[in-house]
Design a protein around this ligand. Structure first.
Ligand SMILES: [Zn+2]
Length: 339
């Protein structure tokens, strides 16, 4: 068993090394885009109710910045890289851009100080109608719901959720891993349906003993402060984080894309923002609206970007504590994904 896992990590290390070698041999300027979601210290209470693949500790983020400079990658703002490319100006041989999806308040609290200290620019993709609210996304609501109490399978309020719950142990709250699986399965429903079911639940299930978790999403003051020295810029991540492939109605699609752009213009940072597809889901109609309103788009596809990369099909690496807590893990995660 030990031998097998040793061989496995050796194979992973070899694959990662080949990946990096391939990148080094790349002649065109190359951009690595790093994706983060939440930045929470190791013992922060919000970690109890979050999908593990969403969270990076601030010291891990700092380690990533150091690791990228150790391999000779220059930090660059995504907008700057795109603008330079458009104008035919020289691009760094190897650079990296930091991006955060969703607009979490913890990006301001725990990531921004690191970005400031290390002078690393970043893009935050805002879900514009959630800014200045105490709302969160449905996965966080579901996670809290099913990990803090046993869901009564027989109750009619939970008929919609029942098919997605594990059947074996209905009388205890779910573990974080089980809840994570429930969220994955729930993605077969559309976002508005899930949110309306959650809204309809009686407070007995959702007030969590009266303990308020507070605001989780950025507010305008934080957004402005981070933009004031130009270090952080903003992109669009729709108005409500509705997955585009779940929106049949063209008006709703327009609201989520063109409407999001209008909201960003109110922030008035004098640039055409970049879009980021929620959950990485792309549709033809969605993409044509994105092309009409934004200068580029980030996907969840893995890989680096050369100067020939389609602006509306930017590839990234999703990072979190689970896949990049050490420098070696980070380099291995990126290296083997670019094979
Ligand atoms: Zn998102």
């Amino acid at each position: 068993m030990i031998l097998r896992s040793g061989l496995k990590s050796f194979a992973i290390a070899v694959l990662a090394a080949i990946g990096w070698m391939k990148l080094k041999l790349q002649r065109q300027p190359t951009l690595i885009i790093l994706t983060y979601h939440r930045t929470l210290p190791k013992h922060h209470p919000d970690r109890e109710y979050e999908q593990p693949g969403m969270v990076t500790a601030p010291e891990v983020l700092a380690k990533h910045v150091d690791a990228m400079s150790a391999i000779g990658a220059e930090p660059i703002h995504l907008n700057e890289w795109l603008n330079k490319r458009k104008e035919g100006l020289p691009l760094p041989r190897l650079s990296y851009a930091v991006t955060f999806d969703d607009g979490w308040r913890d990006n301001y609290q725990y990531a921004y100080p690191i970005l400031l200290e290390k002078n690393v620019p970043a893009t935050i993709f805002l879900v514009t109608k959630l800014v200045d609210t105490e709302k969160t996304f449905w996965p966080e609501q579901v996670l809290k719901l099913v990990t803090t109490q046993a869901i009564p399978h027989a109750a009619k309020e939970f008929e919609w959720l029942k098919p997605f719950l594990p059947h074996n142990q209905p009388s205890v709250p779910l573990s974080l891993e089980e809840a994570d699986e429930v969220i994955g399965k729930l993605k077969s429903l559309d976002d508005q349906t899930i949110l309306s079911h959650l809204n309809d639940l009686p407070p007995i299930y959702t007030d969590h003993g009266g303990k308020k978790s507070g605001r989780a999403i950025l507010n305008t003051d934080e957004v402005n402060e981070m933009a004031s020295d130009g270090l952080v810029k903003y992109g669009g991540h729709t108005r409500h984080h509705f997955r585009l492939n779940r929106l049949d109605d063209d008006l709703a699609l327009q609201q989520e894309i063109a409407g999001c752009m209008e909201d960003l213009q109110v922030l008035n940072y004098g640039q055409i923002p970049v879009f980021c597809y929620p959950n990485g889901d792309i549709t033809d109609r969605g993409q044509s609206l994105v092309k009409a309103h934004f200068q580029a788009a980030c996907t969840t596809k893995l890989g680096w970007n050369t100067s020939k990369q389609d602006s509306y099909d930017l590839h990234r690496f999703n990072l979190h504590d689970g896949n990049s807590a050490s420098r070696l893990r980070l380099l291995s995660t990126i290296g083997r994904s670019i094979l």
